[in-house]
Design a protein around this ligand. Structure first.
Ligand SMILES: Cc1ncc(COP(=O)(O)O)c(C=O)c1O
Length: 461
């Protein structure tokens, strides 16, 4: 059968215009930035933890689409579930019936957090956070939400109110009433709670920015304080959830932590259909949805759609059948220990941290005279340039995609797909060591590139 609309033909005809189209119609700074650092590649195909360009070269993905590709790209089980749900011709989104898939996904998701009872499905991480903020405020009757310095919870206005970086917030005020406390500072938390107007503390058990873990014991102690003051604990597991850190949820690393609300998104999508979920206690949901009049008081037109639910169910099934969480622990420990061994070899490498397959590599001031001058020059121009100097050759010369973990940070964050294997670890270590050898030689292309970055940083001031 011929079709009026042929996606393959459209891509074959106009796919090559991708960068110009983006420059003309979308955020123009993205192609500009990609051209500047030489990341303006054309990837044709992807599978698991790898992309391929038109010449068949393979690239190792250490970014997983900012974490959405938990199971890697095009996992056959998830892909089949998506095909199946389309072929079933379901009467989805009638909105005045109860579909089976949302209930089944909620049931399955809740088995991983048995102290929670109900789920709200939205369409993204930020929406899962917005839901948690609204539910916490309504359930407690209080306005203020506490969050941690450097936190990232999404970029819609409510989530932005609990963002710990001025770079994201500036110019968008006024936001919701909120207050930042340092991750790990229980005194500051107690001080704020005593004011009596706090609905909740929202926290990433491992912060995405800089890959900072909540200090041991902090989450449990914070939970105690919150309970004493009748405020709620919200765990934002949008990035850390679904196995990323070697536990199903990162808060489970520590016994006795039972958040009142948990936000998930990213990897639950299988990399195919956007989804967000806010898990919570029965009493919170019963309070928000307290009468038939309030049935739609919080809802989303696309929430719980069949495609998203099918992908979510397939993802959770694969996670169990392929023992993904156990695999993450093994591969994550291997990656972290191989990187940690390099600290003694490279004076510019100062720390390796994180859990599971969420690893931060921090660079710091070198000890030798030879490198100190160069490092100081970069730092004076802009903090974070050295990490950028590592990320660029990793892609250019070794075809490994990584990211700097936030502005003005000398930290690279590794969040590869969870199906990342031992051979991938070898490949990363080899590429990373080659880049670090180059950096420590003190000359060569890499520091020339550093000079280019300095010029740009100075020009952008
Ligand atoms: C911890 C955390 N929360 C929320 C979000 C926002 O998710 P989304 O981009 O799907 O809105 C992110 C995204 O990176 C995140 O890392």
């Amino acid at each position: 059968m011929t079709s009026e609309f042929d996606l393959g033909a459209l891509l074959a005809e106009r796919g090559a215009e991708r960068y110009e189209l983006h420059t003309k119609y979308l955020n123009p700074q993205l192609p500009r930035m990609l051209h500047t650092i030489g990341f303006d590649k054309v990837y044709e195909r992807a599978e698991g933890a790898h992309f391929f360009d038109a010449d068949g070269n393979d690239y190792l993905d250490m970014l997983a689409g900012f974490g959405v590709m938990g199971l890697g790209r095009h996992h056959p089980v998830v892909r089949k579930a998506l095909h199946d749900v389309l072929d079933l011709d379901l009467a989805d989104l009638t909105r005045f019936d109860c579909q089976p898939l949302p209930g089944l996904l909620a049931e399955r998701l809740l088995t991983h957090s048995p102290h929670l009872d109900r789920v709200f499905f939205g369409n993204s991480g930020t929406e899962a956070v917005e839901t948690a903020l609204k539910f916490a405020r309504y359930a407690t009757g209080r306005p203020r939400v506490l969050y941690c310095e450097h936190a990232f919870h999404g970029l819609t206005t409510g989530s932005l109110s609990v963002n710990g970086e001025s770079g994201f917030r500036d110019g968008f005020a006024p936001l919701l009433p909120d207050t930042a406390v340092a991750l790990g500072d229980l005194d500051a938390l107690a001080r704020e709670l005593r004011k009596g107007d706090v609905a909740a503390l929202i926290v990433e058990p491992i912060q995405g920015k800089g890959v900072h873990e909540a200090p041991p014991g902090y989450l449990r102690a914070a939970q105690e304080l919150l309970r004493q003051h009748k405020a709620l604990l919200i765990a934002d597991e949008v990035q850390t959830g679904l196995g990323r850190t070697g536990d199903f949820y990162a808060y489970q690393h520590e016994d006795g932590v039972e958040p009142d609300l948990v936000c998930v998104a990213k990897a639950l999508s299988g990399g195919y259909v956007p989804v967000g979920a806010t898990l919570g206690k029965d009493w919170i949901f019963k309070k928000v949805y307290s009468s038939m009049d309030r049935v739609l008081v919080h809802s989303a037109s696309f929430g719980a759609n069949a495609q998203a639910m099918a992908c979510g169910l397939a993802v959770l099934s694969v996670m169990e059948n392929e023992q993904i969480v156990a695999g993450v622990r093994t591969t994550g420990e291997l990656l972290k220990s191989r990187l940690t061994e390099l600290i003694d070899t490279y004076e510019l490498l100062s720390d390796v941290r994180g859990r599971g397959l969420m690893i931060g590599i921090e660079f710091g001031k070198p000890s030798s005279l030879k490198l100190r001058g160069r490092w100081a020059m970069l730092q004076a121009a802009r903090k974070g340039l050295f990490a950028q100097m590592v990320v660029v050759p990793l892609l250019q010369r070794h075809r490994i995609l990584t990211q700097v973990s936030g502005d003005h940070l000398e930290v690279i964050k590794l969040i590869p797909p969870l199906v990342f294997g031992e051979a991938d670890v070898d490949r990363f270590i080899e590429g990373f060591a080659a880049v670090m050898d180059d950096a420590h030689s003190g000359g060569g292309l890499m520091w020339d590139f550093g000079k280019t970055l300095i010029k740009q940083a100075v020009a952008n001031r």
